[in-house]
Design a binder for this molecule. Sequence first.
Ligand SMILES: [Zn+2]
Length: 67
Amino acid sequence: MTNRLQNAPTRRLACARCATVFACNPSGPCWCAEETFRLPMPADGGECLCPTCLRKMAQQAARAAAS
Ligand SMILES: [Zn+2]
C-alpha cells in the first residue's frame, strides 16, 4: 500500500498577478510556509501569488506599516 498523502502531486498554480506558473504542495511543506514574512491569506481563498510577487507584496506591506 502506498501513502497517498506522501505521493500527492504538487499543484501547479498560476500567479494572480503575473501569471507565472509555480508549484504549491497543499498536503506537505510548501515553499510559502518557509518564508520568513507573514501575509494575510486571500479572503476568497482562491488566489495565490508566485514567490516573486509574494516578496514584492511583503515589501510594500512593510513600507506601508512603517510610514
Ligand atoms: Zn507573480
